[in-house]
Design a protein around this ligand. Structure first.
Ligand SMILES: Cc1ncc(COP(=O)(O)O)c(C=O)c1O
Length: 379
């Protein structure tokens, strides 16, 4: 069975982990964290990187750093992972779920504008396959309305918009190094602090609400509990793995792009004939080949198709269930574009153990299944 996602192991990981263990210093903000943060900053073109235990935790830091309160509102797409919403729900912030663009599968300024009001404090852009629709325009819209732009860049490592990394947008952005992501250290993430005025507070939120980071730099003579925070530091062991992954960034990305392009070139010619859609990518955006998704023809049932693909030895899968209609939210919004995208989405495996040749074979298999369905047969 070709799995859906795999950690792409690189040679230096074991060496760095062993060195970290032998050093006797494995907690957060050690030497590997410093090296990984510096390299990450360089790759993203950003200055302030705080490694965290996960993207979920980097997102959870956002309302704490901004001091959001119950009664405040935040706008985000419904078509995202629960962590984007939990981060704000945990602080009692009201969530306004927005539509996504039906061809690009992420939220842009047109989807945000109708939801902006006097209580809106922040907008959370979420990159789908790393791409966040019209991100620079969304940034300008937020600035015009005095609202903070935040970016959930969990899938966006390697993505750019207007020549800048997606994670360099927003006052704060969050990255994921979960095992399913392009680069992974098992569980891990990063908070990117693009607004320098938020750095001190972000450091304290990450260090149990204390000014320990300043203490370690010799800026204060003792450290004190100063605000509400938690323990969001990545262990130096995870940072050792992450450093090795970051050093292999180009090779990992080159492989993923080859697989992604093999899917795309095999599927694109059949899409209008068979009634499925591929992600529309604008000139301003470059995607990071994080996922390969397609929207199935409206007439096809996804579950039996996924079962038939699995029967042929390939694990394909759906994606996010919309949050606006999830039991944890209990809202009454109707978001038909989101519902359609979520119901029709099918993702194909993309990782270090799938070759471009296999991707072409998987694409051909899918095309033949959809052709059989079109002619009235089973998938
Ligand atoms: C958009 C988005 N945000 C946040 C997360 C959570 O990332 P992590 O597993 O690093 O906490 C994910 C996970 O896939 C995601 O897709």
């Amino acid at each position: 069975m070709i799995p859906f996602a795999r950690h792409c192991s690189v040679a230096a990981e074991a060496e760095y982990v062993t060195a970290c263990l032998r050093s006797g210093s494995t907690s957060g903000d050690g030497p590997f964290t410093r090296r990984a943060s510096a390299l990450l900053g360089q790759l993203l073109g950003v200055e302030r990187v705080l490694l965290t235990t996960s993207c979920t935790h980097a997102l959870e830091m956002m309302p704490l750093v901004l001091g959001l309160q119950p009664g405040d509102e935040v706008i985000m797409p419904s078509f995202t992972f629960s962590s984007t919403a939990n981060a704000f729900a945990l602080r009692g912030v009201t969530i306004r779920f927005a539509e996504v663009d039906g061809d690009r599968w992420s939220m842009g300024p047109d989807e945000v504008l109708p939801l902006l009001n006097a209580r809106t404090r922040a907008v959370v852009a979420v990159g789908y396959n790393g791409v966040s629709h019209r991100l620079a325009e969304l940034e300008a819209l937020c600035a015009l309305h005095g609202v903070v732009l935040l970016v959930d860049a969990a899938q966006s490592f390697g993505a750019t918009h207007g020549g800048r990394s997606v994670a360099s947008y927003g006052a704060l952005s969050a990255l994921s190094f979960h095992a399913t992501k392009n680069l992974s250290c098992g569980e891990g993430g990063a908070l990117i602090v693009n607004d320098a005025s938020l750095l001190h507070r972000a450091e304290m939120v990450r260090e149990k609400g204390t000014d320990r980071s300043q203490f370690l730099r010799g800026e204060v003579d003792k450290y004190t509990w100063r605000c509400v925070g938690s323990s969001y530091l990545m262990s130096d062991l995870n940072a050792a793995v992450l450093l090795a992954q970051l050093e292999s960034f180009e090779a990992i990305q080159a492989h993923r792009h080859a697989v992604w392009s093999a899917y795309r070139s095999a599927l694109a010619p059949a899409s209008s004939r068979l009634g499925f859609s591929l992600q529309v990518l604008d000139e301003a955006d470059s995607h990071p080949a994080h996922l390969f998704g397609l929207l199935l023809p409206r007439t096809i049932e996804r579950a039996p198709l996924l079962a038939a693909i699995a029967e042929a030895g390939v694990r394909a899968t759906s994606h996010y269930e919309p949050l606006h209609s999830a039991p944890a939210h209990g809202g009454s919004e109707t978001l038909p574009v989101t519902d359609g995208v979520a119901a029709r989405m099918l993702r194909l495996p993309i990782h270090g153990e799938v070759s471009a040749q296999e991707a072409a074979r998987i694409a051909a298999l899918l095309v033949s299944m959809l052709e059989r369905h079109g002619s009235g047969g089973e998938p």
